[in-house]
Design a protein around this ligand. Structure first.
Ligand code: PLP
Length: 407
């Protein structure tokens, strides 16, 4: 395996990878759902609880100041990771889902009127569909949908025709969580801005796999989840251009987000705190920063190279399985491969693979409109991370072949 780093040494950083399930070595290929955590991330969590823990931004005492410093240093790590202009543009959330709900609520309340239009695509995760539908119910906005081609790419001709003088926001995944398709965000940003609209990027599946630079992408908003990039669960980021965030009304009210409160009138904190009501997950932010440092230590370009190699290998191996349909064949894709095998229900296959120690995802992948596009109820999905090996893909292909014969 031609990997730009020592994969065996690196796998040692992830204790869970050496466990057995059903007396077989674990083959973990469900990384688009969540990634495993390196020891340094888990250690950072226990170290902070054991020796620093105190609420942030509130105390004058030593521990509170140390916890606040770690929390704000983490914000700087995220800023630099995304190449945002300022830490004022980095809002901590619980993850991509909360980031998009925050945006739909605050952007919607501030900028959208009845009849204004938001555009999403047919291949979005439910997290980038339902918040806009809730906003449609509340405000009477119009939700338009970009169809995809059978290759799994956006249909740009149809996309161009969706714009009108009421288009305000386009919200799209950078990378599809089912097909692995990479959307050309910079090109889309130019299109969207030419129509005087804003662009939101759901980067849940790109931040773990490729360098993401908000300045180079020229997006207005971007969201990602920590747990998909080797960090802890329950922490994520919403990036937003300062000038837009500045105008937007708060999402939730409570402590941390206020400047002054009286019953007659309340004013709000400066950015980004205006959007961070309540005690933040300051342990999570620090641990996520440790995860991003870990990723940077390996080098995002090296990770991408390794995963591209795994994806090409998987496409070749899986294509040879009789009766297989692989969904999507975009020109540019990341390490996600979705498929079905003729005559075998995806859940049955997934359950039997699990008995062989192989963890893949089965079902609708929180993308039911995409399943409707392909006329299926569900799919199997293998998704790769920096620690996966070609041997694990061999195990998947062998498992599929063996089980297929059983059926
Ligand atoms: N968007 C995409 C493309 C995803 O793949 C996911 C998770 O699978 C989400 C959004 C939601 O992420 P979370 O559940 O971490 O909020």
């Amino acid at each position: 395996m031609n990997t730009p780093y020592d994969i065996n040494a690196l796998r040692e950083d992830f204790p869970i990878l050496s466990r057995q399930v059903y007396d077989r070595p674990l083959v973990y290929l469900d990384n688009a759902a969540t990634t495993q955590k390196p020891r340094c991330v888990v250690d950072a969590i226990s170290r902070e609880y054991y020796s620093v823990n105190a609420n942030v931004h509130r105390g004058i005492h030593y521990l509170s100041q140390e916890a606040t410093r770690l929390h704000e240093e983490a914000r700087e790590t995220m800023r630099s990771f995304l190449n945002a202009a300022s830490t004022a543009e980095i809002v901590f959330t619980r993850g991509t889902t909360e980031s998009i709900n925050l945006l739909a609520t605050s952007y919607g309340e501030t900028f959208l009127k009845e009849g204004d239009e938001v555009i999403v695509s047919e291949s979005e995760h439910h997290s980038n569909i339902v918040p806009w539908q809730l906003l449609r119910d509340r405000k009477g906005i119009v939700l338009k949908v970009i169809p995809i081609t059978d290759a799994g790419e956006l249909d740009f001709d149809a996309f161009e025709k969706l714009f009108s003088d009421r288009t305000r926001l386009v919200s799209l995944a950078h990378v599809s969580n089912v097909l692995g398709t990479v959307n050309p965000i910079r090109r889309i940003a130019d299109m969207v801005h030419a129509h005087g609209a804003h662009l939101m990027v759901d980067a849940a599946q790109s931040v773990p796999h490729r360098p993401v630079d908000v300045a180079a992408l020229d997006c207005d908003f971007l969201a990602f989840s920590g747990h998909k990039v080797y960090g802890p669960t329950g922490i994520g980021v919403l990036y937003g251009r300062e000038a837009l965030l500045e105008k937007m009304v708060p999402y939730q009210g409570g402590g941390e987000m206020i400047s002054r409160v009286s019953f007659a009138h309340t004013t709000y904190e400066r950015l980004p705190y205006k959007f961070e009501a309540g005690t933040p997950d300051y342990v999570g932010t620090h641990a996520l920063a440790v995860a991003l440092d870990y990723v940077n230590g390996i080098g995002m370009q090296n990770i991408q190279k390794h995963e591209q190699m795994l994806t090409a290998y998987a496409l070749e191996k899986l294509s040879a399985v009789p009766g297989i349909t692989i969904y999507g064949h975009a020109a540019e894709r990341e390490g996600v491969v979705a498929f079905n095998i003729e005559g075998i229900h995806h859940m049955d296959m997934g359950t039997l693979l699990d008995r062989l120690g192989i963890a893949i995802r089965t079902g609708h992948h929180c993308a039911q409109p995409l399943m409707q596009h392909f006329g299926v109820e569900g799919m199997m999905r293998a998704s790769f991370a920096l620690y996966n090996t070609t041997e694990e893909i061999d195990a998947l292909a062998a498992g599929l072949n063996r089980l297929r014969q059983m059926f």
